[in-house]
Design a protein around this ligand. Sequence first.
Ligand code: HXC
Length: 254
Amino acid sequence: MNGKVVIITGGSSGMGKYMAMEFAKQGAKVVITGRNMDKLESTKAEIELSPDQILTIPMDVREIDGVKRMVEATTEKFGTIDYLVNNAAGNFISPAEKLSVNGWKSVIDIVLNGTFYCSSEVGKYWIEKGIKGKIINIVATYAWNAGAGVIHSAAAKAGVLSMTRTLAVEWGRKYGITVNSIAPGPIERTGGAEKLWESEAAAKRTLNSVPLGRLGTPEEIAGLACYLFSEQAAYINGECITMDGGQWLNQFPF
Ligand code: HXC
């Protein structure tokens, strides 16, 4: 990733942060976005890059004006954009019948609309400049399976999976832009781990559901993202790679 410019939305914590760190290690210039300025600054300090190789952009993927500014600020500082990771997400557990309209809208807005806003703004820039960029969307295995307790997130991730495949066809054919996704399983040190498996019972259930008997690490997800951005993966387009220790296949644990 030497010299490549990569934007990671939600890059100040969890998986986004570890992806930014790994990309930086591989020689990329990284742009991390997030809603919380303090978190962005502390992550910036943690990522060992000189100030001319990292940019923090406080923004909310739900707001199109902020997304447009993200493209402008990145190209102003680094001259171009090579890769985009749509990682920003929002989630909480709620039975479907108790979920409020606002609760539904906020997750759909972050995950589904935010992914579209960022992809379309960066995509338009690439098309105008003739750049064959690459996008990775972070989804979840409940994009095609059931997401009991997280109907908003499951519906949004299913939409993002469809967006991955649709843009891969539209933009691959015309512009050589590739779009892929990663479906992580339970990953330690992430927002998902904090929110979805916070009780001891839930954590135990989760662990038991993974055939490999452990949580994944954000470093493993970051390694997969690096591979998807590499030349070795140039022919992968519209694909979703699951990295979950076999969890989603484990329907009848024995
Ligand atoms: C019920 C809740 C709730 C909860 C929020 N709401 N949290 N309802 N249970 N725990 C409702 C609120 O009451 C409100 O509805 C509506 O949702 C919006 O809430 P706000 O707090 O105003 O929204 P906002 O500030 O925009 O925050 C968005 C958020 C928040 C999604 C609710 O949690 C957030 O910002 N999360 C970002 C970080 C995150 O969640 N990361 C984890 C991603 S994990 P009312 O009706 O009261 O107005 C992930 C893992 C997937 O995606 C993969 C797993 C394998």
